[in-house]
Write a protein that binds this ligand. Structure first.
Ligand code: ADP
Ligand code: ADP
Length: 221
């Protein structure tokens, strides 16, 4: 489903050049739950951003669903991201002055769905993560685990085929982290969503199907 071929990423500024990803080739199957681990600075977020089409590789190709993403225009890229991909981050990235329901509806604003339909889909997504009783709350009225559940609802509201999660349990204690992992595992099992997750936590990584380890931009396992 996702095919990375000879991906290289170099960050260049006037004074420094950093080889962040060094020739990575990786296939990710439909329905797979993959985790990516490795020490700080080894290129995990860079790789995830490249898979999520948030960042372009310096060399190599990415095919998703047999489409060569390098041929996309900016507009096609944005549409593809909005329809096929869902993102979850360590620090939730919610909008603090929007209520939970409005946060979850955001990705649907780019679609042709009606206001009523958006509300319906957002409510369903929040039910799925067990937050039906927090629709009108603001993010700062929720615990970290609840905020991450809102972020998951926002990631899944458009029914993406692929979820990209960058340290989704990184700011949570182990009980809340396990709850978030259970939600992701269920999305993967029940809906067949492909999930790619960066984590520092071996326990979380061991709950997934496959672990890729990076070191200095290269895959070592
Ligand atoms: P077990 O706990 O019995 O060893 P696994 O954790 O290996 O089972 O697999 C659990 C489920 O996930 C199975 O349905 C299996 O087919 C599926 N699965 C395991 N590995 C992968 C993978 N790399 N890609 C897609 N599905 C997988
Ligand atoms: P990780 O997620 O594993 O901590 P990153 O992917 O964030 O690693 O970073 C990989 C390497 O690329 C690091 O050495 C980092 O300093 C460098 N890097 C990341 N982003 C940038 C950037 N925007 N500009 C320059 N260098 C960067």
């Amino acid at each position: 489903m996702i095919r990375l071929q000879n991906i290289e990423k170099v960050y260049r500024t006037d004074t420094v050049e950093t080889l962040a990803i060094d020739n990575i080739t990786l296939d990710i199957a439909k329905g797979e739950f993959l985790s990516i681990m490795g020490p700080s600075g080894c290129g995990k977020s860079t790789l995830l951003n490249i898979i999520g089409l948030l960042d372009e590789p310096s060399k190599g190709s990415i095919r998703i669903d047999d489409q060569d993403t390098s041929r996309f225009s900016d507009q096609q890229m944005a549409k593809f991201r909005n329809q096929k991909l869902g993102f979850i981050f360590q620090s939730y990235h919610l909008i603090n002055d929007l209520q939970v329901l409005d946060n979850v509806e955001l990705p649907l604003l780019y679609r042709t769905s009606s206001a009523k339909e958006r509300r319906q889909l957002a409510t369903e997504a929040l039910e799925k993560v067990g937050l039906s009783n927090r629709l009108k709350h603001f993010p700062n009225q929720l615990s970290g685990g609840q905020r991450q559940r809102v972020a998951i609802a926002r990631a899944i509201v458009g029914r993406p085929q692929i979820i990209l999660a960058d340290e989704p349990t990184g700011n949570l204690d182990s009980a809340m982290g396990n709850e978030i992992m259970d939600i992701l595992i269920n999305l993967n099992k029940n809906d067949g969503t492909t999930i790619i997750m960066v984590t520092h936590d071996e326990n979380m990584a061991h709950k997934t199907h496959r672990l890729v380890r990076l070191f200095d931009g290269s895959q070592v396992q």
